[in-house]
Design a protein around this ligand. Structure first.
Ligand code: DAT
Ligand code: MG
Length: 151
């Protein structure tokens, strides 16, 4: 389906380092469609909810503090295979392992400051989109260039 959706967030380091436009441009230029966008400063409680599946991990407290340390650009992107392809655009979790040409491979160095989040599957995408966005905050629109992106 061309209507698959994923949740992408530029973390506080990406915002502070002035990388918002570059990161959004990569998803736009790929051909994906932006259907949700807002700047949010998450509380630590909200950050912990977002990363709930990692709460038993030793790095969880530091992860939550980092994620709640400033504003985050929360987005929903739509397109064919956007969940998996979005993960490919982002690159490996550890920027040291992320290929050059990926967002993490090009813009960051360590795991604890890896500048961007992307849903890792259909279930987490659905869960994260509903955690971050109300239904009326998502724009269901048709791109004028749709026929030049898909056949
Ligand atoms: P990803 O963000 O690639 O989906 P994840 O969901 O496994 O990775 O972990 C969420 C974030 O937690 C990740 O972006 C960086 C941090 N993290 C993961 N594993 C870590 C580790 N072993 N040490 C420190 N931070 C880690
Ligand atoms: Mg993850």
């Amino acid at each position: 389906t061309q209507k698959e959706r994923t949740f992408i967030a530029i973390k506080p380091d990406g915002v502070n380092r002035g990388l918002i436009a570059d990161i959004i441009a990569r998803f736009e230029k790929k051909g994906f469609k932006l259907v949700g966008l807002k700047l949010v400063h998450p509380t630590e409680d909200f950050a912990a909810e977002h990363y709930d599946d990692l709460k038993a991990r030793p790095f969880f407290p530091a992860l939550v503090k980092y994620f709640a340390s400033g504003p985050v650009v929360a987005m929903v992107w739509e397109g064919k295979d956007v969940i998996l392809t979005g993960r490919k655009l982002i690159g490996a979790t550890n920027p040291a392992d992320a290929a050059v040409g990926t967002i993490r491979g090009d813009y960051c160095i360590i795991m604890g400051r890896n500048i961007i989040h992307g849903s890792d599957g259909a279930d987490s995408a659905k869960h994260e989109i509903s955690l971050w966005f109300k239904e009326n905050e998502i724009a269901d629109w048709e791109s004028a260039v749709h026929k030049w992106t898909y056949e």
